[in-house]
Design a protein around this ligand. Structure first.
Ligand code: G6P
Ligand code: MG
Length: 221
């Protein structure tokens, strides 16, 4: 097997934190009297905290000073932390633990590649803080997806060439980041949205080592 490493996005791949992001953004939007819906929330997937705020302000046709933007982003994050602090291992998405352990069992290294600055807190809450060989998160990088920085950093931390890594991603920008890094990308979600991925699965419960080997082979690895 030429594949040596697997890099996982966190939000929407390993855990369903999108709903907590939504709850916190919605609370802020309500306070600002901006009409923000679950459909709008799709646009925030994989997008950094400040960029997410800017999308919401754009929806509400509202312009704010740099200082106020920072203040509101911090407020949203305080609410978000309040929600994720109550997470439990039950919130790990189906199949995640089984698949990651299968990979580790055959010596494939596993890493997290997430834009979230709350990655450590979430991993700790769901009991996955000692599972990964490397963690690249929003505190490690400066350029947001679709820039490949996050995945290249994760591969470097694992000591594996990018061409020998596969990425699991639920966001369009994340799929592009993986491809920009020269990695194989398995989309987690819908075929209609993640059109550029090498392969798409509905969740990590739909993949195992054998299937991954097949995808890697077809994708030219
Ligand atoms: C992930 C999520 C985004 C979130 C971003 C930053 O990419 O998909 O919705 O905005 O992380 O998360 P943070 O926890 O740092 O605000
Ligand atoms: Mg995601």
């Amino acid at each position: 097997m030429k594949l040596k490493g697997c890099i996982f996005d966190l939000d929407g791949v390993i855990v369903d934190t999108a709903r907590y992001h939504f709850m916190a953004w919605k609370r802020l939007a309500d306070q600002l009297k901006i009409h923000f819906t679950e459909d709008n929330n799709e646009r925030l997937k994989g997008v950094s905290r400040m960029d997410s705020l800017d999308i919401i302000l754009e929806i509400g046709d509202m312009r704010l000073s740099e200082e106020l933007r920072k203040e509101y982003a911090n407020l949203k994050n305080r609410w978000y932390i309040e929600y994720v602090s109550r997470m439990t291992p039950d919130e790990i998405l189906p199949g995640s633990l089984e698949f990651i352990n299968e990979l580790k069992g055959v010596g494939i290294k596993v890493a997290i590649g997430s834009a979230s600055k709350n990655t450590s807190l979430i991993l700790e809450r769901v009991g996955m803080n000692n599972l990964f060989d490397a963690i690249a998160d929003g505190n490690t990088i400066t350029r947001a997806k679709p820039d490949p920085e996050i995945f290249l950093t994760a591969a470097k931390m694992l000591g594996i060439e990018p061409e020998r890594c596969a990425v699991f991603e639920d966001a369009v920008a994340g799929v592009q980041a993986a491809l920009n890094a020269g990695m194989i990308c398995i989309g987690v979600g819908s075929h209609n949205i993640l059109t550029e991925a090498h392969s798409v699965i509905s969740g990590l419960n739909m993949i195992n080592l054998k299937k991954l080997e097949k995808i890697a082979k077809i994708s030219g690895l």
